[in-house]
Every structure is written in structure tokens, then in C-alpha cells.
Write a protein that binds this ligand. Structure first.
Ligand code: ATP
Ligand code: MG
Length: 491
């Protein structure tokens, strides 16, 4: 079969690449990803405004690039997205350096140093458009080079984006003024504090923007004593281990004004509820329930952290901008259960229903009263039987009381709204087949009700049993026959 090579024209491709829909914040985050992948520990960003143009400079002390690596890096699609990446690596598509930069401005200059040797390249889209060819400059123009500091030490990289048409507002009329330029920079600063909070909070990486160091913004208020925190669940989704952990933020009355405002983030409390999806510890997407639930005011305290490894990129359809994912269907079902549970706790805290247990207590680790039992098949919320208070009670009571308490806890667990499945009530009144374990539970519960004189006769006993979520699906006739068979008496 004969073939011909079809060369895409440079000018239209550029236009398409510039229109991937990056916001300024996501574009800068994509560039910081590169510095982090290069193992930088210090990243310095500068935003400069000169009237109707500006320049963005990002300098890092990472491992830099040699001439060949830099040449590859400047290519559109410099790496195969299907290739395995190192654990923790943030890159995927071999595009970010170019697409993120071009979404901000028309010129990208890269100065880099590796083992003490400098290399440089520069894309100028005005030039590419004019000649309609991918002509890459091997030297950075002086007018740009003057903004770019020399690289201290043996290695590092400085990139500069200028001709900031997009960043400044496309076209002459909408061009932003200096004050709105810096307002935009402040928004980016907050965005980065959010996106990289997990990476910078351990203190190993420092990011400085126009002289101010980024202060990690933790959406989960983990340090606040009244934050409720679930156990980490590890879900095995199509071969990838996905970590999920829920948080319920404190009721507003437990926060001072500063804390309240800060926890509300840039969009306000209501719009910060939902799933927070991290990929290799870097926030990708947040602020909704991924289409599973609507946002509502009473759920606004619920925030669920999901941690994805980069190996799950394809399964979760991570997008080129690293700002969106589409969870696989089997993950959705699991996440929905967790979300339903945490939304319910949020409602309780929001409406102040959990006052008793709420003030100044931390529910961390073994202090959780509820835990999700995470088998691969399905999830159930189980009471934490190792809770220190429960253990203390168990120590102080005799065997019989302990049995009663255990029975009660079993019913609390079985009757938890989160565990009740929507099994239709059985209408027909024929005797059903019941497992021995279930029979045992019915008998145990029935004899306790009788002993405690909660019910006086068979009719009341059956009425009580039939309302128990634990016995959902058992009809009256079946319950009656179990009791009669066991000869549970009312005397
Ligand atoms: N600051 C930097 N320091 C060292 N190397 C860098 C730096 N920025 C980019 N590179 C190199 O350039 C390559 C291309 O970067 P680019 O952002 O375009 O793609 P990527 O990071 O591999 O994937 P993605 O498109 O997902 O970001 C990187 O793989 C890396 O080798
Ligand atoms: Mg990248």
C-alpha cells in the first residue's frame, strides 16, 4: 500500500493548541509540575507587568536538561502518553510545557543547566505563524534573556513566557490594567496554595511567588480538633489502589472568623463540598460530587479526599490539563456509598444533631465510632468495637450485661441508615427460608425484648420485630414461626 506523509500546517495547529481551555491557574500548575518532576526543592515564580504586556518567569533548582533533552522537551508531544511513568511523576502527555505556556502567551523561552552546562531554546509563535513552519530558535532573544536570572549551582531551569496576549486578555480592548494584573496574580497564588498544599506542607519544597512563599491551604482542616476524619479506605479499582478518606469539617460555631473564612476557600463553603481528587499528591479536581449528588447547603461540611496513582491515568481519563477526571463506573458505585455516608454526617453536624459527641473531640484513628469495612465486593459501615470508651465499658460490666450491650450494638450497626439496602418489603405471607444465623438473631432479640418487658404479648413482639431494619425482608408469618419454633415465652 502506498502512503504519503501529511504534514500538519503549523499555524492552525498552534491555534488549536492554544485553545485547550487552560485557566491561568491550571497552566501555571502544569508548569510547576515539571519543576517538581525535575526534583526541584525551590521554585520561584515572577509575574511582571509592563503596561499592556507582561512576562511570567518560573525558575527551579531541579536537575535541568542537557541539549538533547531540551530539544525533545520543546517538541509538541515529547513523550508517549502510554509509557509508564515513575511513581510520583506528574507528567503524562509530553505536552504541558508547550500547551500551558502557549495558553498564556506567544513566546516560550527555556534556559536550562545540567551538570554545569547551559542549553537554551525559544518558541515564538508569531514567527511560526508567519513562516507556517515549526522553526525553533536555538537562542533566547536578548529582550527576554534580560528577565531570566542565571542559574546558580550545577543544574536548574528557568522558563519565561512573554507576549502574554491571552493572559492579559485577548485583543486590545479587553487588555487588563496593572491593578487587575496583580489581582489575577493573587488568585493564582491562592490556587497554587490549594493545588500543591499536600506537596508543600511537608516543607521539602518551597514555592515563592513574587517574593511571597506559598502557604499550604488544607481543605480538610486536619489540624482542627473538631474535624471528623474517617479511616483511609483502599479501593482496588481495575488493578489500581485508590485511597479514599472522608472529612467532615467542624460546625461554624466551632470556628473563629478567620478559620471560617479560610476554610471557605476561594469559592465559598457550598462550592467546596464534594470529592477532592489528587494525583500523586497534587490536586486535580474538586468541588462537586462527580455528578452523583447535587451540592446542598447541609452537605457543605463534607469533603472526601481521593488519591490516585499516575498508573490510573487512563482508567480515570485524566485530561491533558490535569484538571479533570472521569471515574470508571465501578469506582463510582463505591464512591457513592462513601459520599452518601459523609453527606449524612455533614447534615447531622450542620443541623447540630451531634452536639453531644461534637465539642473539641477528635475522631481520629481508633477514635472513629464508625468504620467502613472495605472488602472488594462491597462496603458496610461497622461499629468500631475497639473504641477505647467501649473497651472500658466492657471491662466494667458482667458477662450478661456485656451480651446485652453487644446485641444492642449489633442492632445499631444493622439499623444504620447507611447500611440499609432498599430491599423491598416482602408482602406475601408465606413462611420464608431463613439462615440459622438470622434465626438466632431474631430469637436473641425477641427474648431480650420480652425479658426487659418492652413487649407484653406475641402481637406486640411481632410488631416490634417487623419494624427492625435488621429483619428487613422477613414477613410476620416467618418471624412468628421462628419464635414459636424456639419456644420463646412471654411468662
Ligand atoms: N523545569 C524542568 N526541568 C527539567 N526538565 C523539564 C522541565 N520542564 C520540562 N522538562 C522536560 O521536558 C519534558 C516535556 O515537558 P512537558 O510538560 O511538555 O511534558 P511532560 O511533563 O512529560 O507531560 P505533560 O504533558 O503531562 O506535562 C518533560 O518530560 C521533562 O523531561
Ligand atoms: Mg509537564
Amino acid at each position: 500500500m502506498s502512503i504519503v506523509i501529511s504534514q500538519p500546517s503549523a499555524a492552525p495547529v498552534i491555534h488549536a493548541l492554544r485553545s485547550l481551555g487552560y485557566s491561568a491557574g491550571t497552566a501555571i500548575a502544569d508548569l510547576i509540575d515539571n519543576s517538581l518532576d525535575a526534583k526541584a526543592t525551590k521554585i520561584i515564580l515572577q509575574f511582571k507587568c509592563f503596561g499592556d504586556d507582561g512576562a511570567i518567569i518560573i525558575a527551579d533548582n531541579g536537575h535541568g536538561m542537557n541539549e538533547d533533552t531540551l530539544q525533545d522537551a520543546m517538541n509538541i508531544g515529547s513523550k508517549d502518553p502510554r509509557a509508564d511513568r515513575q511513581p510520583n511523576e506528574l507528567g503524562r502527555f509530553g505536552m504541558g510545557l508547550k500547551t500551558a505556556s502557549f495558553s498564556l502567551g506567544k513566546r516560550l523561552s527555556v534556559l536550562t543547566k545540567h551538570n554545569g552546562i547551559y542549553a537554551q531554546r525559544c518558541w515564538d509563535l508569531d514567527h511560526v505563524s508567519k513562516c507556517n513552519e515549526w522553526q525553533l530558535f536555538t537562542a533566547i532573544p536578548d529582550e527576554v534573556r534580560q528577565f531570566m536570572c542565571n542559574i546558580e549551582g550545577d543544574s536548574g531551569t528557568v522558563i519565561c513566557i512573554d507576549k502574554l496576549d491571552r493572559f492579559m486578555g485577548a485583543g486590545g480592548l479587553n487588555t487588563i490594567h496593572e491593578s487587575s494584573f496583580y489581582a489575577k496574580v493573587r488568585r493564582i497564588h491562592h490556587h497554587l496554595e490549594f493545588v500543591f498544599h499536600s506537596i508543600i506542607e511537608n516543607g521539602k519544597v518551597q514555592v515563592i511567588l513574587n517574593g511571597n512563599e506559598l502557604d499550604p491551604w488544607d481543605p480538610f482542616m486536619v489540624k482542627h480538633p473538631s474535624t471528623l476524619e474517617g479511616e483511609t479506605q483502599v479501593l482496588n479499582i481495575n488493578g489500581n489502589k485508590i485511597k479514599v478518606k472522608y472529612y467532615v469539617l467542624p460546625h461554624a460555631s466551632f470556628l473563629n472568623e478567620m478559620e471560617y473564612k479560610r476554610a471557605g476557600g476561594s469559592r465559598g463553603w457550598r462550592d467546596h463540598q464534594g470529592f477532592y481528587i489528587y494525583r500523586e499528591n497534587r490536586l486535580l479536581h474538586y468541588g462537586d460530587w462527580l455528578g452523583m449528588f447535587q451540592k446542598d447547603t447541609s452537605s457543605q461540611l463534607a469533603r472526601v479526599r481521593i488519591d490516585l496513582p499516575n498508573a490510573a491515568d487512563e482508567d480515570w481519563q485524566v485530561d491533558i490539563k490535569k484538571s479533570a477526571v472521569i471515574p470508571p463506573d465501578n469506582a463510582k458505585t463505591r464512591l457513592e456509598t462513601i459520599a452518601r455516608f459523609v453527606r449524612k454526617i455533614s447534615r447531622d453536624v450542620f443541623y447540630y444533631r451531634t452536639q453531644g459527641s461534637h465539642p473539641s473531640q477528635t475522631f481520629k484513628g481508633s477514635l472513629n465510632t464508625w468504620e467502613l469495612s472495605g472488602s472488594d465486593e462491597g462496603q458496610q459501615f461497622v461499629l468500631n468495637r475497639n473504641h477505647p470508651i467501649l473497651s472500658e465499658i466492657q471491662k466494667k460490666i458482667d458477662d450478661e450485661t456485656s451480651k446485652l450491650l453487644n446485641l444492642y450494638l449489633k442492632f445499631v450497626q444493622l439499623g444504620s441508615p447507611s447500611n440499609i439496602t432498599d430491599s423491598p418489603k416482602v408482602e406475601e405471607e408465606s413462611i420464608q427460608i431463613v439462615t440459622d444465623a438470622m434465626k438466632e438473631l431474631v430469637i436473641q432479640f425477641a427474648s431480650t425484648l420480652i425479658k426487659l418487658q418492652v413487649v407484653q404479648n406475641m402481637q406486640q413482639l411481632i410488631d416490634a420485630l417487623v419494624t427492625q431494619p435488621a429483619f428487613d425482608g422477613l414477613n410476620r408469618k416467618t418471624l412468628k414461626s421462628i419464635i414459636e419454633e424456639a419456644n420463646v415465652s412471654h411468662e
